[in-house]
Design a protein around this ligand. Structure first.
Ligand code: MTE
Length: 321
């Protein structure tokens, strides 16, 4: 997010617009087809030339928590990534993250809890019913995508650990495997990547513990085997490949706050009224909408204001950016 961006064109940007339009229509039809929902199949389908791959992950489509906007293609979602451990170019994670060691994988839930837990990924996958939720993801870099994630509300896991009264903040820690992470060897951030939420944000049903995308287990570049997604916040809050979830009484100093506190605040709620010090946050580019598509207005809380604005009642969101 810091500037060292390689110029990596996404596949969709080099696809002629006409091909694109028909794909968009195809996707729209697939996503809104009620028959698909009724059949319990994943409601999001990729265009045929970008068929998702990898182990399947069953989930029940959630209408309650899904947007009906056109979903991005599998290839957009899996080749245009931020995962700085694997490099700062948008194509670096797809190229390098496959070397991440994913088995065995355990996640620790500890700190201000009555029942500290260490669960392996299989136990985590079975802890609560999987839902498919189509969320908007808005990156602080002013682009966005619409992504069919699979997971369940983080609150299910947190409740299992029985948070104490001291638990006012949650800290997420990403796996650290320097041997296969060129970005870690370069510095860039204070590794491991850490992020955090206030407890009420973490317990909000929209906060998704995420195991899959497009009916498949998460590809490495999207944060396999498990990450968090907070759809009303800038994408950097949604930490990938988690190994630890720590509850504590004080606000954490996250990796991005350490790197550039004037640019990346703790809250990071999507807010078109508060520009990033180096660029506006008023509009966004929807990845895959074609090179000449016009930018779209960014919505407060990324369009989730009716669900989450009340969490910030009385707060000055310019100061708490
Ligand atoms: N998690 C880790 N561990 N490392 C990262 O560099 N980048 C963040 C977030 N989670 C990042 C991370 C940013 S800036 C964004 S926009 C999203 O992941 C991108 O998620 P995606 O690549 O699955 O779309």
């Amino acid at each position: 997010m810091h500037g060292f961006r390689k110029n990596y064109p996404v596949a969709s940007e080099i696809t002629p617009e006409s091909v694109w339009q028909s794909r968009r229509q195809w996707l729209r039809a697939a996503v809104s087809a009620p028959a698909l929902l009724a059949a319990g199949a994943a409601s999001a389908k990729a265009a045929p030339d970008t068929e998702p791959f990898g182990p399947k992950l069953a989930a029940t489509p959630s209408q309650r928590w899904s947007t009906d906007e056109t979903v991005n293609r599998w290839s957009d979602i899996t080749t245009y990534n931020n995962f700085y451990e694997f490099g700062t170019g948008k194509g670096d994670p797809a190229e390098n993250a496959g070397r991440m060691q994913l088995t065995p994988w355990a996640v620790q839930v500890d700190g201000a809890v009555r029942k500290p837990l260490t669960l392996d990924i299989d136990a985590l996958r079975h802890l609560a019913p999987m839902e498919e939720r189509i969320y908007r993801l808005r990156c602080v870099e002013a682009w966005s995508m619409v992504i069919p994630w699979i997971g369940y509300s983080l609150s299910h896991l947190l409740k299992k650990a029985e948070p104490t009264e001291e638990a006012r903040y949650v800290v997420f820690t990403t796996v650290l495997q320097p041997d296969v992470m060129p970005g870690v060897r370069q510095g860039i951030l204070n590794w491991p990547y850490t992020e955090g939420l206030r407890m009420d944000e973490a317990m909000h049903p929209l906060t998704l513990l995420t195991f899959g995308v497009y009916g498949r287990e998460l590809p490495a570049q999207n944060g396999a085997p498990m990450r968090v997604i907070i759809p009303w916040k800038y994408g950097f809050k949604s930490a990938k490949s988690l190994v630890r979830i720590h509850l504590q009484s004080t606000p954490p100093l996250t990796a991005w706050m350490q790197a550039a506190p004037q640019e990346y605040g703790f809250y990071a709620n999507v807010n078109p009224a508060v520009p990033h010090p180096r660029w506006s946050q008023e509009t966004e580019r929807r990845i895959g909408s074609g090179f000449f598509a016009s930018r779209i207005p960014t919505q407060p809380f990324n369009g989730y204001a009716s669900e989450v604005a009340s969490l910030y009642k009385g707060m000055d969101l310019r100061r708490n950016f």
